[in-house]
Each structure stands twice: as C-alpha cells, then as structure tokens.
Design a protein around this ligand. Structure first.
Ligand code: FMN
Length: 216
C-alpha cells in the first residue's frame, strides 16, 4: 500500500493559500488512485517542528549507548520525522516563497530530517523517492524576469531535496499570486490566472503519473 508524505507550510488557510489548494488537489488525485493508501500529513504552520538544537544535532553523531538523556529526547523527535520520510513512497511539499526563500518552519523540518550517514551521504535512505514541491510565490522569478536572481526556493530545494536527500524532484510553480490583491500588479492578473490553472492541471497529471509509476 502506497504512502504519501504530505507537508504544508503556508501560514494561510487553504482558501487563501495557493500552495495548500494545489497540494490538496494533488492529494485528492493521489487518493483516487490509492484509496487504500496512507497519507502522513504534517501542517508545519499549525504544528511547527522544533528548531534544531545542539543536543538534537550531536545525538545524530553519537553512539546511542553514549547519548545523554537530553540527546535521546531531542533525537526521538528527529527520528520520527526521518522515519516518516523513509517510509514514504512519494513526498508532496507546499513551499511558499517567504522573503525569497522557504518558510522557516520548512527549514526547521529540513534541519531535523537531514542526517549525514542516514538520509544524506553516500547512500541516502530516501534516495529516488519521488517528490513534488508546490512552490507558490507572489511575484515571478522565472528565467528572464527582473527578479530571477532572487529565487532561493527552487535553487535551495534542488540542493537539499535532490542534491542531498537524493529525492527525485519535481516542481509546480503557481506564481504572481499577489496580482489580484496588489493594484500595481493588475495587468499581471491574466498571467496569474493562467499559472494557477496550469498548477491545478499539473497537480492532477503529476499525481496520476506517480500513481502509475508506483503501480508498475
Ligand atoms: C512572510 C511573507 C513573505 C513573502 N515574501 C515574498 C517574496 O519574497 N517574494 C514573493 O514573490 N512573494 C512573497 N510573499 C507572498 C507569497 O509568496 C504569496 O502570497 C504566496 O502565494 C504564498 O503561498 P501561499 O499562497 O501558499 O500561502 C510573501 C508572503 C509572506 C506571508
């Protein structure tokens, strides 16, 4: 039975969040193909994971029999997140752009999950797991746009999710989401609408393709 690890990190509720709406559409399409499957859901805005601490970090490189009680307690929380990633057949992440980068809650999750010698290193334990990231943003940072060089969401997640955890990474990018609310962007509304429509279509197509791939 297939397991989907679904993570959202937008601070807004689904009706006001492009990433949550698109991850929900993906998840719905996924469910249609995996009615018996499991979805592990983490809402990092509602229930943030702890920031990494010295105990949580050093425990990862200390023999279990030598860990202090504080290291054990802190590492137990990391382990839960690491095991969720390792048991997933597919990963779905909502990653809105906040000040050119990912929300700090998502960064905290990554800091916990990335463990050299286990999820990272020569043979990462989740290597090859397909991952779809819905990278919503208020503006556009597409190649050729004035703010192209300010894009630190896809660049960063490429390095961490693909380059380090070894996930098989794919993006859906609903952009220009601020256009309907920012009068200075009003002429960009048609581009925003087209991007949103494409994102929902991509979510359905990618969920279906993934279902076929996992069934093969
Ligand atoms: C704290 C914060 C910082 C933001 N920073 C940026 C930014 O740097 N660039 C941008 O294009 N949009 C920025 N936005 C707008 C969001 O990226 C946009 O609202 C996007 O749709 C958020 O994803 P969501 O709809 O899933 O919540 C920011 C929004 C918030 C709340």
């Amino acid at each position: 039975m297939a397991t989907l690890l679904h993570i959202d990190s937008s601070v807004f509720p689904e009706e006001a969040s492009s990433s949550r709406a698109v991850t929900a559409a993906f998840r719905e399409a996924w469910r249609e193909h995996h009615p018996e499957g499991t979805v592990i859901y983490r809402d990092l805005a509602a229930s943030p994971v702890a920031h990494i601490t010295a105990d949580a970090w050093s425990a990862g490189y200390t023999d279990p029999s030598d860990r202090t009680p504080a290291q054990n307690a802190a590492f137990a929380e990391r382990l839960k997140l690491i095991e969720e990633l390792e048991q997933a057949d597919a990963v779905l992440i909502g990653a809105p752009m906040y000040n050119y980068s990912v929300p700090s809650t998502l960064k905290a999750w990554l800091d916990s999950v990335l463990l050299m010698g286990r999820t990272a290193g020569e043979t990462p334990t989740a290597q090859g797991t397909p991952a779809v990231v819905v990278a919503s943003r208020g503006g556009s940072y597409a190649p050729g746009t004035p703010r192209e060089g300010f894009e630190f969401v896809q660049n960063y997640l490429e390095a961490v999710l693909k380059g380090t955890l070894g996930l098989d990474l794919d993006f859906i990018v609903p952009e220009l989401t601020m256009a309907p609310r920012n009068p200075a962007m009003s002429e960009l509304i048609p581009l925003y609408e087209a991007s949103r429509k494409r994102a929902f279509k991509d979510a359905t197509i990618k969920a279906e393709r993934l279902a076929e791939r996992l069934a093969a």
